[in-house]
Every structure is written in structure tokens, then in C-alpha cells.
Design a protein around this ligand. Structure first.
Ligand code: G1P
Length: 292
């Protein structure tokens, strides 16, 4: 029997974004733009392209503009139509979810990623779901989540985590997996969140894309505070490994950690160079800046 389809995606967007102050004083970090689209739009598009139909955002105070971003801007649309800017209108339309496809709930206290995911339990219900962290952009075609859904389907369901290699001296900044097997798809046998330097079980880190079974919610409810004094999704997944299978996928594509300034700036360069309308003039400008 084919496993239950992945129809739902959860986007935790409650974080404060202190690394981008003052830009994020009055604006959510998820609304920072890469070229001309906010970060959250890229991860939404990735989920939509993978077949997701129900989009759940776990927000917090000061994040209401994310709700506006995914709403119809009636006056804007009327003005674009009046001025015959139909290509712009089409761009705005294609970025927008259909009626009733998005839901918002709030994480009232900053208790960690695991707690943010747990806040979505009623909206997700009793079915497997995708979890996408909007700080992480994966530049790939097909998208990272679509690649993961193939692994999920080929393996008859279960849980899937996107992983990638990083230099050993960086593993302490991430969740790190322990694996059994080789190649691009393998069984995950253990995981640890932000292991102290020199103790990581491998140099394969959790990238910020997950497919999870709904039993994770009961485990999250019981999960104690872990690394950084926060409730960690990694700890709940480790507990769930006693009863469920986790596959790791070394996906195809390049990751940009847009929670860091260098990653964010690099994403802007990479995505601009990938655009037909910008690649040539931007390339010339980059050469000038670099003195080439
Ligand atoms: C989170 C996860 C971590 C993962 C990382 C990817 O950490 O807890 O396992 O490796 O995202 O970016 P955070 O970046 O919220 O500290």
C-alpha cells in the first residue's frame, strides 16, 4: 500500500532574528528578501512544488506581515490591472496560496524549535507532514522536499531527514546524524543536537527539511529542554527512533544558511545569477566589484 501522501507543511517563523538587527527590529527575518522575494516565499514555493496543499505557519508577536504577504492585496491588484501591468499581476498571483490553504498559529513563548512544531499539532492532525525551516534555502531542481518525498514513497513511508556534509569544525552548530549505510539514502541510527566540539557522530548535519509522522507530537509534549535550554525537535526524533524508521537523504542542491549574514548574501548572489533577467548585468557588476 502506498504511504499517506504529504499534504501538509509546517513553517516555524516565530524566531526573533537577532542576527539581522536592526533590519529585523520591525520586520520578521523571514521577510528579508533574496533578490525580490522574501525568504518565506522560497520555502513556500518549495513545498508547493512538492505537492503540499496545506501550509501552516507557527508565528509569534510582530509576524503579522507574513499573514499579509500570503493574502490577496486587493488594492494592489486593482492598481496593477488599471495600469495594465499584467505581468506583475501574474507574479503576485502565482506567489499566492488559494483560499483556505494557509493557517497560522502562535508560539507564545520562545521555548525552542520542538515547541514551535508542537504548537502546530491541532492544525496538522493525525497525518504525516513536512517541516521546513525558512532560514535554510536549498537551491535545487527538483526542490529538496520533492526529492525527500520520493525517498518517503520509495521506502513505504516513515520519516525522512535531509542531511549534508559540513567540515568537522562546524558540526557543533547543528543537529548531527549517525548513519548505517552508504550512498545518498541510508538509515539514520542516532542523532544529537549541537554536539560539543569533537563529539559529533559524523559530519552529516540536519539541513532543515523533515518528513515526520504525527506520533512526533506526543513525544514533543514529553521532551525536556535540551541543547541551549530549548525543547529540540532532534531530541523528540531520537526518542521516536525506538519505534519508527528514519531515512537520511543526501539531497542534490546547494544550501544557503540565510540565518547567517554570509549565507544570506551568498544566496542573493546565487539566485540573482540564476535569473534570466539579471544574470548578465549582475555578472558584469560583480566583476567590476571584484576588480576582475
Ligand atoms: C535547527 C535544528 C538543527 C538543524 C538546523 C539547520 O537549529 O535544531 O538540528 O541542523 O536548524 O539549520 P537552529 O539553526 O535553529 O539552531
Amino acid at each position: 500500500m502506498a504511504p499517506a501522501p504529504i499534504r501538509t507543511a509546517v513553517f516555524p517563523v516565530a524566531g526573533l532574528g537577532t542576527r539581522f538587527l536592526p533590519a529585523t527590529k520591525a520586520m520578521p527575518k523571514e521577510m528579508l528578501t533574496v533578490v525580490d522575494r522574501p525568504l518565506i516565499q522560497y520555502v513556500y514555493d518549495e513545498a508547493k512544488a512538492a505537492g503540499v496543499e496545506k501550509f501552516i505557519f507557527v508565528t509569534g508577536r510582530g509576524k503579522a506581515v507574513i499573514e499579509d504577504h500570503f493574502d490577496i492585496a486587493y488594492e494592489l491588484e486593482a492598481t496593477l490591472r488599471e495600469r495594465d501591468k499584467l505581468d506583475r499581476l501574474e507574479e503576485v498571483h502565482s506567489a499566492q496560496p488559494g483560499a483556505g490553504a494557509v493557517s497560522f498559529t502562535r508560539q507564545q513563548e520562545p521555548l525552542g524549535l520542538g515547541h514551535a512544531v508542537w504548537c502546530a499539532r491541532e492544525l496538522v492532525g493525525n497525518e504525516p507532514f513536512a517541516l521546513l525551516l525558512p532560514d535554510v534555502l536549498v537551491h535545487s531542481d527538483p526542490g529538496c522536499l520533492a526529492q525527500m518525498i520520493d525517498v518517503y514513497t520509495d521506502n513505504g513511508g516513515g520519516n525522512v531527514i535531509a542531511v549534508e556534509e559540513v567540515p568537522e569544525d562546524q558540526t557543533h552548530q547543528y543537529g548531527v546524524v549517525e548513519i548505517d549505510g552508504e550512498g545518498d539514502v541510508f538509515k539514520v541510527t542516532g542523532m544529537v543536537e549541537k554536539p560539543p566540539k569533537g563529539t559529533a557522530p559524523s559530519n552529516l548535519i540536519i539541513t532543515g527539511r523533515y518528513i515526520l509522522q504525527p506520533e512526533i507530537f506526543d513525544l514533543l509534549e514529553k521532551t525536556e529542554k535540551g541543547a541551549g535550554g530549548e525543547i529540540q525537535i532532534t531530541d523528540a526524533m531520537l526518542a521516536m527512533m525506538d519505534s519508527q524508521v528514519f531515512h537520511g537523504l543526501r539531497f542534490k542542491g546547494h544550501t544557503y544558511d540565510c540565518g547567517s549574514k554570509v549565507g544570506f548574501l551568498a544566496a542573493n548572489v546565487a539566485y540573482a545569477l540564476d535569473r534570466d533577467d539579471l544574470a548578465a548585468p549582475f555578472h558584469a557588476e560583480l566583476k567590476r566589484l571584484l576588480g576582475l
